[in-house]
Design a protein around this ligand. Sequence first.
Ligand code: 5RP
Length: 295
Amino acid sequence: MPDSDENKDAASYGIGVPAPRKAFFLKGLDHMDWGIKDRMSRIFDSRSGHTVMLAFDHGYIMGPTSGLERIDLSIVPLVPYADCLMCSRGVLRSCIPPDVNKPISLRFSAGTTVLNELNDECLLDIEDAIRLNASALAIMVSIGGQYEAKTVANLVRTADWGARYGLPTLGVTAVGKELTRDARYLGLASRVCAENGATFVKTYYCDSGFETVTAACPVPIVIAGGKKLPERDALELAYRAIDQGAAGVDMGRNVFQAADPIAMLKAVRGVVHDRLTPDQAYDLYRDQQSGSPSE
Ligand code: 5RP
């Protein structure tokens, strides 16, 4: 023990200087615990308030999807340009070098492939998510589907674990063949995720009324990209989503199936973080394409 007689007297109390009171930069999360906010701050850039997540979890239901046949060749080179990686634990362990040190949105529910209708989805083990140092737990929620109650129960259970261990829960709204991708449905599904404890929500953009989806969801929304579109159209989709209140994108096929995935990811970043217009972002894409004169 140090001798108390020799201790320097504490004197820097800053009397009269108020302690900082700063609101958290993401909506709806002010009252969350420190661990949740810390992990959300790794996923989202506090300067722009937005995120560009790279989704390559498709194989867990689709097998070797186009562009994901060799994750080591197609995805690993993209990692430096993404803010967060969304993948299954199998691909994370076998293909992603741990020293890339990116936040991981871990696919935390599983159970059915494209060969079957959605049915008895299960959850992974929370200890495994912690072992993998996941920054978020991504849960598929099938609102309006036959297994709605099962998937909502999975979300509730995951949000409880997340609260216990400081891990954000990402509610991912599934769109079954029978469900319409309009603002009414997406608004309902997103809101249900938030009400049941999702820290943030992943859903789809829709052409009409998307601003009502983001307005009525009390936590941040990120959008999936969906099927591959021409590059300029995908940039336009991202632009509109951000313009109408999305806090980011969690894109897969429109990035890794692009003619030049690195150039595409840079252009998406331009839209999401720097508010480039679709035309400006498309110019950036063409400029960055390998083989372009300015490359
Ligand atoms: C499926 C998912 C996928 O990760 C998601 O669809 C993102 O990929 P894409 O942009 O290719 O649609 O969450 O539930």
